[in-house]
Design a protein around this ligand. Structure first.
Ligand code: GLY
Ligand code: MN
Ligand code: MN
Length: 494
């Protein structure tokens, strides 16, 4: 036993001594996260408490999990990137039994040398204090019986619960944290931690003393949307970088693309550029659809082996330190738009121009859509593809704008445009096989999507470095890129 303890202590000391050097130095600061918590506290109803849970770990297959990604609200308020954690924020100062006052509590994953050697470093209590700036930090197991008396608050704010996760090996995993919270807010009677697989005792109908805890799963959603739709200066630095990285990916593929490339390879070129600039992830699964595949709005198979002469719709976004871009370009694999492709492309371009012009303070978030839609409908009628607006509608089946930020579809009130919002403007025309028009248009799909910062001086296109005009795209496609030139051995030859 002592030997095991010694080995664990040794492992732990190695881990602790693995100071992580050479990390990026432009993460959001602990002051940023604290400022966001303070603002949330100001917006909370009097005598309320807000409870946030970390995102679940999700299983990909067998013993492999999906790459973990923190819940954006949790990250926004804490900077904590690990699972199995709880954040509790009080609208008013609390005092504990020792007379210490506090306004927030953070429950984190317990440090564990063995687990950390397998699945990565954990911040633990000390790390959360020093690196994230929290004062009152506990291991998650302390939340199981937190001692917080939720009956004393006028509102207990939380989001609806996840219900598709469980880790039977841990006694303070997200499942336990949430179940214990349900008990603490008297949503269920009790549950049993031991032998969890078989013995969990939950009774969602119990509703014990429900009237004594004033539960609220709506208010927090509104407050977080109000906060997150306006980007702070710190956020804009990271978001602009994510967008510029994505624009660089679009530029590089314009130079690299040739008809022999596959959709997967196109995706790889973008994502290589992302990594080259230090982007950790893609903000959403990359969409690379050649020809007819472009008509599938969220096509992510990306498995067509040759682009040939297709028009290629590429909707991708780098995620940089949590913030994600959302940029689409549609380009001809041959380097030159056909007559029909150019006709459709130019209508979408003009629609996007109109949409961007409408992205101004005082307009609603719907305004870019109204402006872009009018151009697209008229363009489709002029080209003889639709007889009237209601026929034209089928070729532009999605909205034009959404907020971006920590989520690609970021929360917001979706009402009036205000300074320092960042929204997409992304009109498109999609003409699937069998549409009620001349077959010469079949398989043409065009979306152009840019990320627009709303300012007092009008819209600023953050993704403008990726050419949008058809002639500018053709010009850049004449250049070359090493990513389109280099050859690898053919693995299919004997
Ligand atoms: N990439 C998803 C979207 O454009 O909304
Ligand atoms: Mn979008
Ligand atoms: Mn997109």
């Amino acid at each position: 036993m002592r030997a095991i303890t010694t080995i664990c202590a040794f492992l732990f000391s190695i881990l602790v001594s693995f100071a992580q050097e050479g990390l990026p130095d432009d993460y959001l600061t602990k002051e940023f996260h604290k400022d966001r918590r303070d603002l949330l506290r100001q917006k909370m109803p009097a005598n309320s408490v807000a409870v946030f849970f970390a995102n679940p770990v999700r299983n990909r297959a067998n013993d492999v999990e999906y790459v973990y990604h923190q819940d954006p609200n949790f990250y926004y308020l804490t900077g904590y990137k690990e699972p199995h954690a709880v954040l509790v924020i009080f609208s008013d100062e609390q005092t504990n039994a020792e007379g210490k006052s506090y306004k927030e509590l953070l429950y984190v994953q317990q440090r564990n040398a063995r687990a950390e050697q397998w699945t990565g470093r954990r911040l633990g209590i000390e790390g959360a204090k020093t690196q994230l700036g929290f004062d009152m930090v506990f291991n998650g197991s302390s939340f199981l019986d937190s001692g917080i008396d939720f009956t004393t608050f006028d509102k207990v704010l939380y989001f609806d619960f996840f219900d598709d996760y469980r880790n039977t090996r841990s006694k303070a995993d997200l499942f336990d944290l949430i179940q214990s919270f349900k008990v603490q807010i008297k949503l269920i009677n009790n549950y049993t931690i031991e032998n969890q697989t078989d013995d969990i005792e939950t009774d969602a109908t119990a509703n014990v003393e429900a009237e004594t805890v004033k539960r609220d799963t709506r208010t927090l959603r509104t407050i977080m949307a109000q906060m997150r739709e306006i980007k702070t200066a710190d956020e804009l630095i990271l978001l602009k970088k994510a967008v510029r990285i994505s624009a660089m990916g679009q530029r590089e593929i314009m130079k690299a693309m040739h008809p022999g490339m596959s959709e997967t390879e196109v995706q790889g070129v973008h994502e290589y550029i992302y990594k080259k600039y230090g982007s950790e992830y893609e903000g959403y699964p990359s969409i690379v659809g050649a020809g007819h595949n472009g008509c599938v709005l969220h096509y992510i198979e990306n498995n067509k082996t040759k682009l040939e002469d297709d028009l290629v719709l590429m909707d991708l976004g780098a995620e940089y330190h949590g913030y994600t871009a959302d940029v689409t370009r549609t380009i001809p694999a041959s380097g030159k738009f056909s007559k029909e492709q150019k006709a459709i492309y130019d209508v979408v371009y003009e629609a996007q121009e109109a949409g961007i012009k409408a992205t101004v303070i005082g307009n609603t978030l719907q305004s870019p859509d109204t402006a872009a839609r009018a151009v697209i409908y008229q363009g489709l009628i002029d080209l003889g593809i639709a007889k009237n607006r209601s026929e034209a509608r089928q070729y532009f089946p999605h909205g034009t704008s959404h907020h971006i930020g920590l989520d690609v579809h970021d929360p917001g009130m979706y009402e009036n445009l205000e300074e320092n919002m960042v929204i997409t403007v992304e009109p498109g025309i999609y003409i699937p096989e069998g549409s009620d028009c001349d077959p010469k248009w079949y398989g043409i799909a065009v979306r152009i999507e840019d990320d627009i910062l709303v300012t007092k001086n009008g819209p600023v296109n953050l993704s403008a470095e990726a050419p949008r005009k058809s002639d500018e795209i053709e010009k850049l496609m004449k250049e070359t890129s090493v990513l389109g030139e280099f050859k690898l051995p053919n693995l299919d030859e004997d």
